[in-house]
Design a protein around this ligand. Structure first.
Ligand SMILES: Nc1ncnc2c1ncn2[C@@H]1O[C@H](COP(=O)(O)OP(=O)(O)OP(=O)(O)O)[C@@H](O)[C@H]1O
Ligand SMILES: CC(C)(CO)[C@@H](O)C(=O)[O-]
Ligand code: BAL
Length: 291
């Protein structure tokens, strides 16, 4: 694997592969890798001739009071994991390489980007859309892989790619979880042992929602309230978003009928915000027993 830090060098190294007709798979990340990221890498490796992973903690998507400065970083460990995963190129630019001057041109997906997580992180999704577009322009991948854990991000990128006819196939990868069901996330390292134990309430709440839908709950407000009360049983959990939405448009749904619905959770433990979600198909509800 080659680690490359500048746009010009990466373009130069990829050009001959593209000319030779090789397909390129891109996995964008912010580093501090875990098994969830490695699943994205495995999908890319299985379907592309050349695999590029980007590692860039993108300042544009962090709010003024967010964790940009303390975001976990460990380049050496990440490199070793990516070599193990059979990656060809790691693109790890510095902020000055990606943004040599303040960005005047940006990409925004304003409606999808202001809902849900966007409502508590203003500007976040414009930062994501802008950096992902820039990565697409630099790398020109045939396919790009994103986790379903960040479901709103995935749907927003799909919409951006469709609306702007960006020539890339977006592939969503199911969430990889720890033994107690908590979604793997780089930010899990921020949790104290007590918060980490308490965070198991998040995947349990997804199971509880599936159970209630299987029991026949159709009222969206009643389901959101029941999930809120369920999460409130864990004193360390502070819900920021508990919402039932249309999985594609992320719009509010009036009731749970025949079609699948998205339950999206954004729950704070101390200063750490954890995301999770599940698409629940009322006609075929699958759930594990809530312990
Ligand atoms: N548990 C997971 N399963 C599958 N994909 C994941 C998982 N966690 C993250 N990803 C995906 O990996 C890509 C890079 O994500 P990122 O580097 O932000 O990691 P993260 O663990 O989501 O970090 P954070 O804690 O900052 O949200 C994104 O497409 C994200 O959806
Ligand atoms: C897609 C992404 C790498 C853009 O910075 C980031 O939002 C992430 O890690 O999910
Ligand atoms: N995993 C999404 C990137 C972020 O929270 O900034």
């Amino acid at each position: 694997m080659e680690t490359i830090t500048t746009i010009a060098e990466l373009r130069a190294r990829l050009a001959p592969h593209r000319l030779a007709g090789k397909s390129i798979g891109l996995v964008p990340t912010m580093g501090y890798l875990h098994v969830g990221h490695m699943e994205l890498v495995a999908r890319a490796r299985a379907s592309s001739d050349i695999v590029v992973v980007s590692l860039f903690v993108n300042p544009l998507q962090f709010g003024a009071n967010e964790d940009l400065a303390k975001y976990p970083r460990n380049l050496e460990r990440d490199e070793a994991m990516l070599v193990e995963g059979g990656v060809d190129f790691l693109f790890a630019p510095g902020v000055k390489d990606m943004y040599p001057r303040p960005m005047e041109a940006v990409v925004d997906v304003p409606t999808l980007g202001s809902e849900l997580e966007g409502s508590v992180r203003p500007g976040h999704f414009a930062g994501v859309a802008t950096v992902v577009t820039k990565l697409f322009n630099i790398i020109q991948p045939d396919r790009a892989f994103f986790g379903e854990k960040d479901f709103q991000q995935l749907q927003l990128i799909r919409r951006m790619v469709a609306d702007l006819a960006q020539p890339v196939e977006v592939i969503g990868v199911p969430t990889v979880r720890e033994a107690d069901g908590l979604a793997c996330s780089s930010r899990n390292v921020y949790l104290t042992p007590e918060e980490r134990a308490a965070a198991a309430i998040v995947p349990k709440a997804l199971d509880e929602a599936s159970r209630l839908v299987a029991e026949g709950v159709t009222d969206v407000g009643a389901l959101e309230l029941a999930i809120s009360e369920f999460i409130d049983t864990e004193p360390l959990a502070k819900p920021e978003v508990i919402a039932i939405r249309d999985p594609e448009t992320l719009r509010i749904v009036s009731e749970i009928g025949e079609k699948p619905v998205l339950l999206l959770l954004f729950i704070r433990f101390g200063s750490t915000k954890l995301l999770d979600n599940r698409v629940i198909d009322p006609k075929n509800v699958k759930f594990a027993k809530v312990a």
